[in-house]
Design a protein around this ligand. Structure first.
Ligand SMILES: *Cc1c(COP(=O)(O)O)cnc(C)c1O
Length: 436
């Protein structure tokens, strides 16, 4: 597989090189130069196949023989060791539950595949690597859990003290083992600055093998395309196109869906449902992408003012908005509309949906109201509702079951290393800890 940089200056690279580098040297995002569709027989054979089988076939088709067959299978098997069930609400509307992984959000898929791919790539490297991540919550715990127990890696997580939810903090600080949580007296931006300074420090670079494992790594995107095909396998209607409504922030999930569509997946329409952060709907309407500062909402994992994967999306369509509109709609929904949707889904179907999934539900409803097409609709359930108890209505709150893995984190002992937001102190800690 050849990947090009969205900035168009850095030379094309192989899949493995793109995963190693994370970001292209010209600052762009690596994105497939071309995507060859799978044969229609592949999609006809989906019903009844497991997510792992589907994932292995897609990965092999996309990556080629850069990663040998048995190793690729083992990466997919270990990364996807939890299900992605399709829960039908009514005839024609279903939720694809992507929150059965260790941190109860879909980011587990990408983080686990990336961790295992990096481990395979570094198998002969000798020295262990240090993954540095600044986090405001969910991404950090997915990355920490993904690398937890993987030999050859240490993880240093930096999070802003007092600025993430108590539940998120428990998820970050109870992993232990090869994961160290740094609790920074400062903001998320301070955490990011410390990480950037570490990568720019020649001394640290010489003495530690730093790895960013960042969210724009192509190895996080690819496995997210598997479950779109996995959803169709469960719908069972061979070949009939469906509508996917994707609750979106950084647009990674959406971009992975578009990859699946380019591979030949029969899709009638993608709906990118966003909260008050409306860069994508504005882009589709006007052809201009204008970054803004993030607006806080109750679907906070989607509070993104400058979505990084918009660059990949524009590259997909050669920046021709009219082409994008053929397969993609995007609407923004308020917190009020999101709360109404959560209530309505609970009252009408007895199903508890988290605020992100609820934004997706709003998107599907808007599409139905505009088109009246009798096409099956699938909303991506990106997080478990137990992560957002404070946003749920009292009745739903009482009904939600807390999964054991969340209970374990909530009951675990918090372990963090306190840190002032100053680089010299951080550097000392990195050099004189078991991390190095
Ligand atoms: C990250 C996240 C999103 C947004 O996904 P993108 O790929 O960034 O668009 C949606 N819902 C939840 C729960 C998330 O954690």
């Amino acid at each position: 597989m050849r990947l090009v940089s969205t900035h168009g200056i850095a030379p094309p690279v192989s899949f493995c090189e793109a995963v190693e580098r994370g970001i292209a040297p010209d600052g762009g995002l690596y994105t497939p130069a071309a995507i060859t569709p799978l044969p229609p027989a592949f999609f006809a054979s989906l019903p009844g196949r497991s997510l792992v089988e589907t994932g292995v076939d897609i990965a092999r088709h996309v990556i080629g023989d850069e990663v040998p067959g048995p190793e690729l299978r083992s990466i997919v098997e270990q990364a996807l060791d939890f299900p992605a069930p399709l829960r039908s609400l009514t005839d024609g509307t279903a939720v694809l539950e992507l929150f059965h992984g260790p941190t109860l959000a879909f980011k587990d898929f990408g983080a686990r595949f990336m961790a295992r791919t990096l481990a395979w790539l570094g198998r002969n490297a000798g020295r262990s690597r240090l993954v540095l991540v600044a986090t405001s919550g969910d991404t950090g715990s997915a990355v920490a859990h993904a690398f937890s127990g993987i030999g050859g890696f240490h993880v240093a997580l930096l999070y802003p003290s007092g600025k993430i939810s108590p539940m998120q903090e428990q998820q970050l600080t109870t992993v232990g083992g090869n994961v160290t949580a740094f609790e920074v007296s400062g903001t998320f931006d301070d955490c990011q600055r410390l990480v950037k300074q570490a990568f720019a420090d020649p001394d640290l670079q010489a003495r530690l093998r730093l790895t960013s494992a960042n969210s724009i790594n192509i190895a996080r995107l690819l496995p997210q395309s598997f479950y779109y095909a996995g959803a169709l396998a469960q719908v069972g209607t061979t070949g009939a196109p469906v509508v996917f409504s994707v609750p979106s922030g950084n647009l990674g999930n959406l971009t992975a869906g578009l990859m699946a569509w380019k591979l030949g997946l029969p899709v009638r329409m993608f709906i990118a449902a966003v909260n008050a952060n409306r860069v994508l709907p504005d882009y589709l309407e006007t052809g201009r992408a204008e970054a803004a500062s993030a607006i806080p909402t109750i679907a906070n994992a989607m509070d993104v003012g400058d979505p990084s994967n918009l660059a990949r999306l524009r590259h997909f369509f050669d920046d021709r908005v009219a082409d994008a509109r053929v397969i993609l709609r995007s609407w923004s929904f308020s917190d009020d509309a999101t709360r109404r949707a959560m209530r309505m889904v609970y009252e009408r179907y007895g199903y508890i949906i988290d605020p992100h999934g609820a934004v997706g539900f709003c998107g599907l409803e808007r599409w139905r109201a505009q088109t009246f097409e009798p096409v099956p609709g699938i909303v991506l359930g990106t997080a478990h509702p137990a992560k957002f108890l404070e946003v749920l209505e009292p009745a739903a709150r009482r009904a939600v079951e807390i999964p054991d893995r969340l209970k374990a984190a909530l009951e675990g002992t918090k372990r963090s290393v306190r840190l002032e937001a100053a680089f010299p102190a951080f550097k000392e800690l990195l050099l004189h800890s078991p991390l190095s």
